[in-house]
Design a protein around this ligand. Structure first.
Ligand SMILES: [Ca+2]
Length: 483
């Protein structure tokens, strides 16, 4: 398994030496396929013309540096263009949608919205050969075990005669057809709605794909007649520990003073509402119901479930929601997310590792930090929060480094030109507090730390050179206390 930027770059370059390995892997995988009931004939036909796909590998290895905020994502996926296109598709396919909807008890506008988000109403179904994509991922992907399981399911679909290897197209990660089913979901939930004997989600006709999506949502617990949730207003002094903290009956939320954003009382009949703040305390507060979680089972991202819910409302002719997003806040880059985790960890808040992924542990650490610094504890990571953490850390560490005339051991004196890792750590903390990015605090004078020192030397009145020395450390301490 490859990881890290260098490996990813090398792997994106076509390497003729790799192809024999891939060929050998395809031969070795046949045993596994045979045990799953795939005949030699099916296997051969499936792999005819399949080669190692560099592009798939590259897409699998990428780790985007910059993330988008949920309001940018929603702006893109619930655009006026996609709404009006959705209304046209809704009308065009209305008879079929109603038939499907009546059989599975999932509203036609939800099916149209999933179709719109997943493939822009069938116009972007993916052009990768699924066998090739999954074989490439199974050979050396980040999720090779997962890909091998999906590949077996894809081969079973071919064995069943639903489509051919050439026509089985999809995304680089193996999501297929109008509503982007992965092979395992297809195997358990795809249906032949038009009755031609094949569960065909790949052809231009979206009928089977839309019915398969309806079946998926129905089997995932869709409740007919329930909305996805409500836009709400939270009372003063709300306990933010309850955000994403589990489901409660509406009556309990109402008793805490939560009201509809439009001003009315919460409808009392729903029994399991979860509160989410997808953009923190400065964005909309949403009480989500069962059907929101059902959409999450299709694709487990809040932004996705919200996009489907909102697009469905607009397709059905409802007015836009008056969500106000904190658009002055910027999403953290991967590097900044790691910085944030490093700084929080250094301050004693457990983020459960420094991987740049701000999951549950990081959100709890952010909340704890916010609570102990008099901030609204919404657990939401943003550029503003990172600044607050940097400042807090600089303040916390400043008194230690400002001890007047701090005596140094003779040993330390004599090594004045080669500061210890502890000294470098202190420099990194001070530099970070002064707004120079050292890419974390690790006690090592790497390129980012050296470049931060260069920036400090240029922007301050520091007379010495940019060498990493105890003289420089003193200058940083003076700058940090504002001398
Ligand atoms: Ca069919």
């Amino acid at each position: 398994m490859l990881s890290g930027g260098v490996a990813a770059k090398e792997a994106s370059v076509s390497d003729p030496a790799r192809t024999p390995g891939f060929e050998a892997w395809i031969r070795s995988f046949e045993g596994e396929a045979r045990r799953a009931g795939i005949s030699e004939q099916t296997y051969r036909a499936a792999f005819a013309g399949i080669t190692y796909n560099d592009r798939v590998h590259e897409l699998d290895q990428r780790q985007p540096e910059f993330a988008s905020q949920i309001w940018d994502y929603l702006g893109l996926l619930v655009s006026e263009e996609r709404i009006s296109k959705g209304k046209v598709q809704f009308q065009t396919n209305y008879a079929r949608l109603v038939e499907i909807s009546e059989r599975y008890n999932v509203p036609p506008q939800i099916l149209t919205a999933v179709w719109g988000i997943e493939s822009n109403y069938g116009t972007n179904r993916g052009t990768f050969r699924v066998i090739e994509a999954l074989a490439t991922l199974g050979y050396e992907g980040r999720r090779d075990q997962w890909a091998r399981g999906q590949l077996i399911d894809a081969l079973l679909i071919l064995r069943n005669g639903d489509t051919t290897s050439e026509q089985m197209l999809g995304s680089w990660a193996g999501a297929m057809g109008h509503t982007q089913f992965i092979p395992s979901s297809y195997q358990s939930l795809a249906v032949d709605f038009d009755g031609d004997g094949r569960r065909d989600i790949w052809s231009d006709d979206p009928t089977d794909a839309l019915a398969s999506t309806a079946n998926y949502l129905a089997k995932s617990g869709w409740r007919p007649g329930e909305p996805w949730g409500f836009h709400v207003a939270l009372p003063q002094n709300f306990n933010y520990a309850l955000v994403q903290g589990g489901r409660k009956p509406m009556a309990e939320w109402a008793a805490m003073g939560v009201r509809l954003h439009s001003g009315g009382d919460l409808p009392a009949q729903y029994d399991n509402a979860e509160l989410i703040l997808p953009a923190g305390a400065n964005g909309p507060a949403l009480l989500t119901l069962n059907n929101f979680r059902t959409i999450l089972r299709y694709n487990n991202a809040t932004s996705y479930a919200l996009a489907v819910s909102l697009l469905a409302e607009r397709i059905a002719g409802q007015p836009p929601r008056n969500f106000v997003w904190p658009e002055d806040e910027r999403a953290l880059s991967l590097t900044e997310s790691k910085d944030l985790q490093g700084l929080l960890t250094q301050m004693g808040y457990d983020t459960g590792g420094i991987d740049g992924r701000l999951g549950r542990n990081s959100r709890t650490a952010i909340r704890d930090f916010q609570r102990s610094h008099g901030l609204v504890p919404d657990g939401f990571p943003s550029s503003k929060l990172l600044e607050q953490v940097r400042k807090a850390l600089a303040v916390r560490d400043a008194p230690i480094s400002l001890t007047p005339g701090k005596p140094r051991s003779p040993e330390a004196q004599s090594s004045a030109q080669s500061p210890s890792p502890a000294d470098i750590r202190e420099m990194q903390v001070l530099l970070t507090g002064l707004g120079f990015d050292t890419d974390g605090v690790d006690g090592k004078a790497g390129p980012r730390t050296r470049s931060a020192i260069g920036d400090f030397v240029r922007s301050s009145g520091y007379q010495g050179e940019g060498d990493i020395s105890l003289t420089l450390l003193d200058a940083l301490r003076r700058a940090a206390r504002g001398d």
